[in-house]
Design a protein around this ligand. Structure first.
Ligand code: DP6
Length: 331
């Protein structure tokens, strides 16, 4: 039976950047994020004898078109894990549609592999617990493990070699704190280097990588406490620090990895200007040039007006915290 899932993406406030095992896709350090509503990926999966695109090849449609071979290969390898686990040997048809600009540093792989984990496991007849789904989603993309849960979510690096403890858990649900996540889109098009390749290059060549990893546990403690106390200043401060350290570490790779453009810096300047004017708003940047901002719901119109008017910002989106991945329908 086909199954559909449409989870929201998530934005990391304490960043994941580096792996302890590339095969099982185990993170080298923990991370912490906010899952967002209505800004992700819708995916339907069915396993059936007639589903193959060609002999031994799953059919993967992305936005109505056959997916490129890189993406289709990544999906097929992920589906192989699901087939192994479910003990089935049928080809699959995957119909997926992003509601977020693809590969633009808006963490679309997070929603994509969370959707695929839920829809494919259910279509294969498995009923996995949220923790098991998180471990499965992680094998597609590390950040996807977090989109299984709603609201504020912490991902553990884990210590076990099999990765069974490298899973996410919810810290506070989507209704716990009335914050907003704004996205200042600063450029069109695909990012220069994908996060998987960039974090691998950073780990291999950046002399700052050990210092980056050493800084993460303290940032996680700080962010957890800030969420517990609903302390936006404390959470925003640690989020900015985590993002700037992640980018500093990548910038020190050889050759350097630089995601920012002039509009990224202009948007950051606007955030700091808003703060000087008394608005509690904080930035974070992922593997792309866009600037995400965290603020109270009550301040979001002022923040939107300032960022939308910043030179180089082509669009500003406002997103609320959202629930974890759930099935849309079961036909
Ligand atoms: C900057 O989850 O895309 O968004 O596990 O290799 O698929 P893979 O990486 P991915 O990396 C996300 C990097 C980030 C930070 C974060 O989301 O924590």
């Amino acid at each position: 039976m086909p199954s559909s899932a449409a989870p929201g993406t998530n934005i990391a406030l304490v960043k994941y950047w580096g792996k302890r095992d590339p095969v099982l896709n185990l993170p080298a350090a923990g991370s912490l994020s906010l899952t967002l509503a209505d800004f992700g990926c819708e995916t339907t999966v069915r396993f059936a004898p007639d589903a193959a695109a060609a002999e031994g090849c799953d059919r993967v449609l992305f936005g109505g078109e056959p997916a490129d071979s890189h993406f289709a290969g990544r999906v097929q390898r992920f589906l192989d894990r699901v087939r192994d686990r479910a003990g089935i040997n049928l080809p699959a048809e995957v119909v997926t549609r992003n509601t977020v600009p693809t590969a633009a540093g808006l963490a679309s792989s997070a929603a994509g592999f969370a959707a695929l984990a839920l829809a494919a496991s259910r279509a294969a007849g498995l009923r996995l617990l949220p923790t098991e789904l998180s471990a499965l989603a992680r094998q597609g993309s590390g950040s996807a493990a977090r989109s299984i849960f709603g609201g504020f979510v912490e991902m553990s690096a884990g210590t076990r070699a099999d990765g069974s403890d490298a899973v996410a858990r919810q810290l506070a649900d989507e209704s716990a704190w009335d914050v907003r996540l704004g996205v200042a889109i600063t450029a069109a098009g695909e990012k220069a280097i994908g996060s998987t390749a960039a974090m691998d290059a950073t780990a291999r060549t950046s002399p700052y990588y050990p210092a980056w990893l050493a800084s993460v546990p303290g940032d996680l403690d700080e962010a957890r406490a800030a969420i517990r106390d609903r302390d936006l200043v404390r959470l925003g401060t640690v989020a900015e620090r985590s993002a700037t350290r992640m980018h500093a570490c990548a910038l020190a790779a050889d050759p350097h990895i630089l995601y920012w453009n002039p509009a990224t810096l202009a948007a950051i300047a606007t955030v700091k200007e808003l703060r000087r004017g008394g608005t509690a708003v904080y930035f974070t940047v992922d593997a792309g040039p866009h600037v995400k901002v965290l603020c109270a719901a009550a301040d979001v119109l002022r923040v939107e007006a300032a960022l939308a008017a910043t030179p180089g910002v082509v669009r500003f989106l406002v997103l609320a915290p959202g629930p974890g991945a759930h099935l849309k329908n079961e036909v």
